[in-house]
Design a protein around this ligand. Structure first.
Ligand code: IPD
Ligand code: CA
Ligand code: CA
Ligand code: CA
Length: 280
């Protein structure tokens, strides 16, 4: 395998540099983008800023690591089938960068200041570096496999709640109104009366990062993609939390229906989601 450090640049340094550069640029474009297009459905938006951010990140990564594989949201045809196929084609690559250039495009378009850049590096399908950057708060969440997770250089750990009743749980509402959204609504209906409260910020990667940082007890969402979750999954695992699919099976790059938590509530959380799914 390729050495971890090439020309003095570690994988982690490149990931951080890309997220910071892209994030700074995106911030300058808030309220100032020029082109809004629709992708898979009228709810599925893209601007020139999503594409520009991905281009910037991709070219920086490939300059440092020309033999690595790259999977970015805006390089893939819209829709769940094409996304799954694109991942299938590259998921076993020796080194694969998985990038969401703007997670929270709808927020970005509306000027709701909650979005992020998500960058993960997987080695033969296992995430080894994860960075989620929130340019509006200048918060950089970083994890390296086996070395813990950090926000602003400070070690993160998941929250201490032991029950759903004392949990603050986030979810998100997919642009896929055929399958994902109705199933998510079932989960919402089942969980809302059982938890302390529900939040929906509009960036899956930040919901994952906030779970890692102990600001949320957990997060679930139906119909996500590898680029929404890869970096955040490592953040949570390295902060002592648990990431599975909504049936409780371990996280892998192909997971689309995610349940992530501090671990302590996980069985109860999965139980409630399974019940909701059975009624769907
Ligand atoms: C979306 C955000 C949102 C989630 C959607 C995602 P995008 O990603 O993460 O929070 O609810 O399901 O598609 O399109 O803004 O990168
Ligand atoms: Ca999108
Ligand atoms: Ca996303
Ligand atoms: Ca995106």
């Amino acid at each position: 395998p390729q050495a971890a450090v090439i020309g003095g640049k570690s994988f982690t340094a490149v990931a951080i540099n890309c997220a910071a550069k892209a994030g700074e640029w995106i911030k300058t474009k808030l309220g100032n983008y020029s082109r809004l297009d629709i992708k898979y459905s009228p709810q599925d938006l893209v601007t020139e800023v999503d594409k520009g951010s991905e281009k910037l990140i991709r070219s920086l990564i490939l300059t440092h690591f020309p033999h690595h594989s790259f999977l970015g949201e805006e390089g893939v045809e819209p829709g769940p089938a094409a996304s799954a196929k694109a991942l299938e084609d590259v998921k076993d690559a020796e080194y694969l960068w998985i990038v969401d250039p703007v997670d929270g495009t709808t927020n970005f378009v509306h000027g709701f200041p909650f979005f992020s850049v998500s960058i993960a590096l997987a080695h033969r399908g296992e995430v080894i570096v994860g960075v989620v950057y929130d340019p509006m708060r200048d918060e950089l969440f970083l994890a390296e496999r086996g070395k813990g997770a950090y926000v602003h250089g400070k070690r993160m750990s998941v929250s201490g709640e032991e029950t759903l009743a004392s949990s603050l749980i986030a979810t998100g509402f997919s642009a896929d109104q055929q399958y994902a959204l109705p199933l998510n609504m079932k989960g919402l209906q089942a969980l809302a009366p059982q938890v302390r409260n529900i939040r929906s910020g509009g960036s899956a990667a930040l919901h994952m990062a906030y779970t890692a940082a102990g600001r949320l007890t957990g997060f679930w969402e139906i119909g996500l993609n590898s680029w929404d979750l890869a970096a955040g999954a490592l953040l949570i695992q390295e902060s002592g939390g648990v990431v599975t699919d909504t049936n409780g099976n371990p996280y892998h790059l192909g997971v689309r229906n995610v349940a992530a938590s501090n671990g302590k509530i996980h069985d109860e959380f999965i139980g409630a989601l399974k019940q909701a799914e059975a009624q769907a």
